[in-house]
Write a protein that binds this ligand. Structure first.
Ligand SMILES: Cc1cc2nc3c(=O)[nH]c(=O)nc-3n(C[C@H](O)[C@H](O)[C@H](O)COP(=O)(O)OP(=O)(O)OC[C@H]3O[C@@H](n4cnc5c(N)ncnc54)[C@H](O)[C@@H]3O)c2cc1C
Length: 383
């Protein structure tokens, strides 16, 4: 296993190190790298076991249970550790956090009480529904609408690319309520699965399988008590949530990259060719050195951003730097690992092959790499 010296970095506290080591032990015994063909069943089972073992408490903040607030460093360490073991386990944890994050950060006491304990125990599955067919990177182009009728909001429109779509028990849905044009006229609502007028329009298959769907709302009536935050403040709610979870996407990429380096080291030191092992060649050593350096650079940015957020400081630029560097770097590290494995690297089910598919979407979702570059440049030029 790759060295764990980074757990002693000053960004982290002793409790973080204990958490990472304990979770690593647990995951070694409870989380296989490969999963079966039924992603829905696998995901449900992972959420249940992560909840029963107490790990999901770290995905949930807002004064629930033992977690006084969202601890970004804990979320990052959990994601990094789970990603090293299984992309699907990381996904199951991450979506409980992203799906309930708006409630943790800005929900009413009643909403927190109703939803968070069940998310933390793994009895309820959460989803975050922001993207639409015509509004991905350009979130403010959102068309899904909610008009107010008495004490209800009536939702009409579509959402797409919604992780946990089809298995979630509730969805945090962002819809245009029209208080102002563009980003200032959006509100967030909690929509329970099974609400009349809400349906799964299509399931979407992707290269790293996980539950994903397009959602449709047709005169779907949601009580106004299900609105998170003030009317017209939904865009801010979404951005505050993403500020936490964007850094954690970087942490997941870091976990994938660490696993790829572990696999590459193991293979390079045992694969014999030309009367020596692969690791004896300087060309291989250069590759391994680059992989390790890319990983440490990304880790420094991830834990700097997580630490800074836990200090209560803005992390817009730091989170974007972490996500950009960690996801792009992990793609390179994993590609190098596949190359070191030769033909074995592209055999279905090999850990490096799975990683090769697992990493790809992280460079696209929660803000594509180009969007992160623009955020960093905007912050620089503002200064
Ligand atoms: C596996 C997966 C899971 C997802 N889960 C969720 C979820 O749970 N909830 C949710 O709401 N959404 C989710 N998404 C949606 C995701 O956030 C969007 O795919 C993402 O925001 C990009 O939007 P888009 O796909 O419409 O691409 P587009 O907005 O069409 O962008 C396409 C490409 O254009 C480039 N680009 C974008 N902006 C610029 C720019 N300003 N300048 C130059 N180039 C640019 C980027 O390379 C980008 O990849 C998920 C997506 C995937 C793939």
């Amino acid at each position: 296993m790759s060295d764990r010296n980074y757990l002693d970095w000053p960004f982290l506290e002793p409790r973080h190190k204990e958490l990472a080591l304990a979770l690593d032990d647990w995951a070694s015994q409870n989380v296989p790298h490969a999963h079966g063909k039924d992603v829905d069943a696998d995901c449900r089972a992972l959420v249940k076991s992560l909840g029963a073992a107490g790990w999901l408490r770290h995905a949930v903040g807002g004064g629930h249970g033992a977690a006084p607030a969202i601890d970004t460093r804990a979320i990052c360490l959990v994601r990094e550790t789970l990603a090293r073991h299984s992309g699907l386990a990381d996904f199951a944890f991450a979506m409980q956090g992203l799906g309930s994050g708006a409630i943790s950060l800005q929900g009413t006491a009643g909403q927190k009480q109703r939803y968070l304990p069940q998310v933390a125990s793994g009895e309820s599955i959460a989803a975050f529904a922001l993207s639409e067919p015509e509004a991905g990177s350009d979130v403010a182009a959102m068309q899904c609408s909610a008009h107010i009728e008495g004490d209800h909001a009536v939702l009409n429109g579509e959402k797409t690319w919604i992780s946990n779509g089809g298995i979630a028990d509730f969805y945090v849905v962002f819809a245009r309520t029209g208080e102002a044009p563009g980003a200032r006229g959006i509100s967030a609502f909690i929509v329970d699965a099974g609400t009349p007028g809400f349906e799964i329009a299509e399931r979407i298959e992707v290269i790293a399988p996980h539950p994903l769907a397009r959602l449709r709302f047709s005169d779907c009536r949601v009580p106004l008590s299900q609105r998170i935050g003030e009317a017209g403040e939904g865009f801010k709610v979404a951005m505050r949530t993403l500020d936490v979870f964007r850094t954690s996407v970087a942490a997941a990429a870091l976990g994938f990259a660490r696993r790829a380096l572990d696999e590459a080291l193991q293979r390079a030191t045992t694969r014999r060719m030309f009367n020596q092992v692969l690791a004896d060649f300087q060309l291989t050593q250069a590759k391994l050195a680059q992989m390790a350096t890319t990983i440490d650079g990304a880790a420094l940015l991830v834990y700097r951003a997580a630490w800074q957020r836990d200090q209560g400081r803005s992390v817009t630029r730091e989170a974007a730097m972490a996500k950009l560097t960690a996801t792009e770097g992990a793609q390179q590290v994993i590609d190098a690992a596949v190359q070191l494995f030769g033909g074995l690297g592209v055999v279905s089910g090999q850990p490096v092959e799975t990683l090769y598919r697992d990493i790809r979407a992280l460079r696209i979702y929660e803000g594509a790499s180009e969007v992160q570059q623009l955020i960093i440049a905007r912050e620089l030029l503002k200064d």
